[in-house]
Ligand binder design. Sequence first.
Ligand SMILES: C[S@@+](CC[C@H](N)C(=O)[O-])C[C@H]1O[C@@H](n2cnc3c(N)ncnc32)[C@H](O)[C@@H]1O
Length: 368
Amino acid sequence: MAGLVGEFEVKLDAKGRFLFPSGLRKQISPASIRDFMLNKGFEDCLTLYPLPEWEKVSAKLSKMNLFVPKNRMFYRLFHQGAKLVSLDNAGRVDVTFGGGGHSREIFKHLNEKGRLIVFDQDPDAAANAWSAPNFTFIPANFEFLHNHLRLNGIKQVDGILADLGVSSHQFDEESRGFSIRTDAPLDMRMNQNGAVSAATIVNEFEEQELSDLLRKYGELPNARRIAGDILRARSSRKIKTTGQLMEALAGCAPKFKDHKFFAQVFQAIRIEVNREMEALEKFLEQTSEVIRPGGRLVVMSYHSLEDRLVKNYMKRGSLDGEISKDFFGNVLKPFTEINRHPIVPSEQELEENTRSRSAKLRIAERNG
Ligand SMILES: C[S@@+](CC[C@H](N)C(=O)[O-])C[C@H]1O[C@@H](n2cnc3c(N)ncnc32)[C@H](O)[C@@H]1O
C-alpha cells in the first residue's frame, strides 16, 4: 500500500461523498490512478489502496493458509468493509457547444483535475472555443460521442449536458435559412458539409415522404395538403428560398396563426435535414456506457418529440418507453431521474429570454 502521510477529518457532503484532500492526493503515484479500494481499517482509520496495490495485497493474503482460524479471521476482516471508489475528476462533456455559454459556466466550476470536452457539428461554433490544456472542442455530431471520447483517451465522464436544437447564432444568421422572418436560401443544415439541405427535401422528396415528415416532425394535421401545395409550386419552378416556400404555402396557413404554422413547417424540415431524432436516439443510448455511476445526464429539449425520447430513456430505460425487468421483477434502467417533472423556465427567465419558452430540462443520475 502507498503510505499516505497526514491526517484529515472526514466530512461527507449531501450525496455521501467525501473530499480526499489534494495534499494527500499528491502522494499517490502515479497520479493517473483514479480507482481505489476504500477499506474500514483496524481501529479508527480508513485505508485507501490504489487498486493495483490492493490487488497485490489481496493476492498475497489469499496465499495464507486459510484453514488456520486466525488467518481466516484476518482475511475476512481485511476484505469485509472494502469498497471500490473512484476519484471524481469532474470530467464533463457539453455535446451542444453552440455559443459556449453553458460550457463557460461549467469550465469555471471545474476542479483542478477537471476536464471539459465539447461537441458541435456546426463548424461556426469553433469560433467560440478557447484554448486550454483541459478543454477540447470536437467538431462532430454527438451521435458519435463514444468513439470520439475513446479517441481522446476517455472511457467515462462525470456529466453530460445536451442543449438540443438550433443556436441563436444559427437562427440569427440569415444565410442559414432557419428563420421564418427573413427570405434566405433554403439551407437549414447545422453541419454545412451535410449532403441534404432544406432545398433538397422541398424539391426532391416524394409527396408521401413530405407528408409523413410534416405530420411526424411538425405535428401538422394538414400535412397532406401542405405536401400537395409544395409539389404544385415546384412543378413550375424550383423552390429556392424560405420566402418562396412560405409563398407556396400561404393557402394552408391558418388566419392569425400563420406564424405558428410556418414555425412548425420549418421545424419539420429542419429535423429531417439534420436527422435530429436519429442522432438523439443514438446519443441517449451511448450515455449509459459513457457516464460513470453517480454521474449525471442533463438534457434541455425544445419540442415534445425530443422530450418524449429523453423522458422515456431517463424514466423507463428505453427509447420507446417499454420497461424491462430482471428475474426478480426489478426494473432494469441505467438512470434514475433527479426531477420527476421537467424544469421549465420561470416568469423572469421568459421575460429575459423569450427563446426559452418551450424549453424542458431533465436531469438523471447514472445508477451504480
Ligand atoms: C441550443 S444550441 C446550444 C447553445 C449552447 N448551450 C450555448 O450555451 O451557447 C445547440 C447547438 O447544438 C448543436 N447541435 C445540435 N445537434 C447536434 C448534434 N447532433 N451533434 C452536435 N451538435 C449538435 C447545434 O449546432 C447548436 O450549435
